[in-house]
Design a protein around this ligand. Structure first.
Ligand SMILES: Nc1ncnc2c1ncn2[C@@H]1O[C@H](COP(=O)(O)OP(=O)(O)OP(=O)(O)O)[C@@H](O)[C@H]1O
Ligand SMILES: O=P(O)(O)OC[C@H]1O[C@H](OP(=O)(O)OP(=O)(O)O)[C@H](O)[C@@H]1O
Ligand SMILES: [Mg+2]
Length: 290
């Protein structure tokens, strides 16, 4: 009997990317078998995959030192920890920019004007390296959150923090001086695990990637008479064009199936109807494997 390869996947236990990552993992078919509220390790339906819940900032190190074989966390976290891991797959979520910002009224116009300033951040290592690269001497004030409040509290002159919608910076009346990096959520791997457990890791990657690929796409099905087919096909430039099938016992009637971008569906339905399509069904796609 051959022994099954076992891998441990680390995912965030809290924070804003925790739930979306959990959803991607579930949709990929790696269903978690609940092991109680505060349990930090969960079994999955696959006896070869175990899930470890950890703080996003700790995941790069857990993966680098082998406590987990693969993990999912922000690219910013990997950079901050400087961990030696392989970044394998961009999940294209958790997109944010790490920026240098100052209160609107501050008399500075560029990063170079911050020489001698106190800079509060949850990313002390990235921030230190950034200002060193500019040759600007600053004092780093490490904080664990609510960074935007620090200039108003007199704790810092500037901040290096994440922004996505810009709501927090705007609410705290701060303006951006420079961009340090952009981040998204990545699947990362331990380099040794990648060598020794490649097949199992690839299997997990394929499953996760299929969910990412399906995101924002849906499957549309309709019936139409064959003579209006060219017009309908023109409206559906899908993945390799639509699939067209004869409808049994309905002479001249065809079924047309295609994958389309979710954002197009609303307008598309009206146009398809005008072109003569009927019995239109729109379905969400869970996974797409090319
Ligand atoms: N505003 C944002 N928009 C998009 N992605 C973000 C944003 N803030 C953080 N992220 C991503 O989410 C990751 C985890 O950050 P988050 O702040 O949610 O975790 P945390 O600090 O552990 O939780 P909390 O702030 O609730 O204590 C970050 O490393 C980053 O990649
Ligand atoms: O541009 P926005 O959409 O407003 O997002 C930016 C905010 O999101 C993150 O905060 P988080 O929710 O993690 O809280 P925290 O500051 O306590 O970490 C980040 O630290 C910013 O404060
Ligand atoms: Mg946070």
């Amino acid at each position: 009997m051959t022994e099954t390869t076992r891998i441990r996947l680390a995912i965030p236990n809290k924070g804003r990317i925790a739930q979306p990552i959990r959803e991607i993992v579930e949709k990929s078919g790696i269903h978690l078998v609940e092991t109680g509220g505060r349990n930090l390790i969960a079994k999955t339906v696959d006896p070869g995959i175990e899930v470890l819940f950890a703080r996003p900032i700790d995941i790069p190190e857990y993966v680098a030192n082998g406590a987990a074989d693969i993990g999912v966390t922000g690219h910013d976290m990997v950079m901050e920890r400087g961990s030696v891991v392989n970044e394998l797959l961009d999940l294209r979520m958790g997109r944010a920019r790490l920026v240098v910002a100052v209160p609107e009224e501050a008399e500075v116009n560029a990063v170079a004007d911050l020489a001698g300033a106190k800079v509060a951040t949850e990313f002390p290592n990235i921030t230190r390296a950034y200002f060193e690269r500019f040759g600007v001497g600053v004092t780093i004030v490490p904080v664990g959150g609510a960074c935007e409040a620090t200039p108003h509290l007199g704790i810092a002159d500037a901040i290096v923090d994440l922004t996505s919608t810009g709501t927090t910076l705007q609410a705290m009346r701060m303006r951006i001086l420079g961009e340090v990096l952009t981040t998204t959520t990545w699947v990362i791997a331990n380099p040794d695990s990648l060598q020794q457990k490649r097949q199992k890791i690839d299997e997990v990657l394929l499953a996760l990637e299929s969910v990412v690929r399906a995101k924002g796409q849906c499957y549309i099905m309709m019936n139409a008479s064959r003579d209006v087919l060219p017009e309908i096909e023109e409206l559906l430039p899908g993945l390799g064009g639509p699939t067209v099938m004869d409808v049994a016992s309905h002479d001249g009637l065809v079924a047309v199936h295609a994958v389309v971008a979710e954002e197009r569906v609303y307008q598309l339905i009206t146009r398809l109807k005008q072109a003569g399509a009927r019995d239109i069904l729109v379905m969400s796609i869970e996974r797409m494997i090319p």
